[in-house]
Design a protein around this ligand. Structure first.
Ligand code: SF4
Length: 233
């Protein structure tokens, strides 16, 4: 019987779904030890619906490529499993697997240098790279209702808005095989994803103070970033 509770994998003590002690060919693990909030208990129909999607050849093949790429990111050594590939290498390998030739970088103006470096690397590895940065269009922020006092560089300055809708449209029109998100702001990335019609992956997420590594704040949330745990205004 399904249980009507919101899924909460992040707080799971059992992780039954990982079935670490299972052997290939075994039946799926029993849900006896799964918590009440487990989606395998509460939403069993979703897994049937998802399974039907994987029956579709393109979805199945894409999922297979992604899992193959995941596999290639590790090596099994006598002392255990070790991860071996940085994400940029994964991007290159995965794009080759999928037969992608033309990659489109949607980047933040603040990461133009990094976008150039990525372009060099992609080209060196045989891809065509196109890129469009967030300020493309040169539309002043006033166009979306930003008030003078809400501009970063000062009320009297021209400030171009980030234009993720245009970024997505440009990459769609350029006919890229894969869009690569690179450091768009929160919310701007959401809009980009909404308007992007091609397959999309994320290479970098912006964190202005932590070197684009937002998880650093989690790792420091019992020390320097304790205020996060106390609840911020
Ligand atoms: S799917 Fe179920 S068993 Fe797996 S982590 Fe989520 S709650 Fe835990």
């Amino acid at each position: 019987m399904s249980e009507n509770r919101s899924p909460m994998c992040a707080r799971c003590p059992a992780r039954v779904c990982e079935n670490r002690s299972g052997k290939a060919g075994d039946p799926p693990p029993s849900l006896e030890k799964a918590p009440g909030f487990c989606p395998m208990r509460g939403m069993p129909d979703v897994f049937s619906l998802a399974a039907a999607e994987y029956e579709k050849a393109p979805v199945r093949e894409f999922a297979r490529m992604a899992s193959l790429q995941e596999f290639q990111c590790y090596e099994r050594l006598p002392d255990g499993i070790r991860a071996k590939l940085p994400r940029i290498e994964e991007l290159i390998q995965f794009s080759r697997k999928c037969g992608y030739r033309k990659l489109g970088i949607a980047h933040c103006a603040g990461l133009i240098r990094e976008a150039g470096m990525l372009t060099d690397i992609l080209e060196k590895n045989g891809f065509e790279a196109v890129s469009v940065q967030c300020k493309a269009g040169a539309v002043p922020k006033e166009a979306i209702g930003i008030r003078p006092e809400e501009k970063i560089f000062g009320a009297e300055k021209w400030e171009s808005m980030c234009n993720p809708v245009a970024q997505a449209m440009i990459l769609n029109r350029a006919g890229v095989d894969l869009a690569v998100l690179m450091g768009l702001c929160i919310g701007h990335d959401t809009l980009f994803i909404k308007y992007c019609d091609v397959p999309l992956t994320v290479l970098a997420v912006k964190d202005r103070v932590l070197g684009h590594n937002p998880l650093a704040a989690l790792y420091l949330s019992d020390s320097y970033y304790r205020r996060l745990r106390n609840g911020i205004d």
